[in-house]
Design a protein around this ligand. Structure first.
Ligand SMILES: C[S@@+](CC[C@H](N)C(=O)[O-])C[C@H]1O[C@@H](n2cnc3c(N)ncnc32)[C@H](O)[C@@H]1O
Length: 194
């Protein structure tokens, strides 16, 4: 049975955007999901997805599913990162290596395409896809309505002024429908309150 304390170093050595304290944080949030599924926008090679899966497996609802919305199409990120079809194999390898392919499903299409048909209520939403302002704004507009009241949304790179995330986070806060909760590293997190 996979166990987080044994797998922490292996997780942290994976190629991906999360710092060690962010891995801890995401693991803990996934462990605490009380209802609904987990959805991640932007999965790359599966570091955050495996992190959340280990949290689920170590928590009270080990059947909670994790849907990774990631097209693995040619994409250049705002910080210069190059992403594409070459990342899909490593994504699957990560799921097998960390023993979580029974929980994690790759939804291999763009966020905006997947959102159109999405019906499953979400308990934890991790937004880490296109970091441009229009990209993050669209992800927030399309996916936040699917978050359960009481559910948590986590934005990565929310402290990076050179991308669109801080502005979208500010706008989410201004709706009054979310309460800011403690996060770590570059992340910002909110609980839906109505
Ligand atoms: C910073 S990486 C994600 C890192 C990942 N969460 C990790 O833990 O390593 C951003 C990802 O967003 C994906 N992406 C870009 N546009 C997208 C879109 N419209 N819908 C979903 N994913 C998208 C890219 O393919 C890329 O893999």
């Amino acid at each position: 049975v996979p166990n987080f304390s044994d797998r922490r170093d292996a997780l942290n050595s994976l190629t991906g955007g999360l710092r060690p304290e962010e891995v801890e944080y995401l693991y803990g949030r996934a462990q605490q999901v009380a209802a609904g599924v987990i959805v991640e926008i932007g999965s790359f090679r599966g570091k955050s997805a495996a992190t959340m899966a280990l949290g689920v497996m170590d928590g009270p609802r080990p059947e909670t599913r994790i849907f990774c919305v990631e097209p693995h199409e040619h994409f250049r990120g705002v910080f210069g990162g190059i992403f594409g079809p070459q990342d899909r194999g490593p994504f699957y390898e990560t799921m097998v290596r960390f023993g979580c392919s029974h929980l994690v499903s790759l939804v291999g299409i763009k966020s905006e395409v997947a959102a159109a048909g999405w019906r499953e209520p979400i308990g934890l939403l991790f937004i880490d896809g296109d970091h441009t302002y229009p990209g993050v704004k669209k992800d927030a507009e399309l996916w936040l309505p699917k978050l359960l009241v009481g559910g948590l949304v986590v934005f990565d790179d929310a402290t990076h002024a050179r991308c669109g995330v801080p502005q979208v986070v500010k706008e989410v806060e201004e709706t009054g429908a979310y309460e800011s909760v403690q996060a770590t590293g570059t992340m910002a997190a909110f609980r839906r309150i109505r």
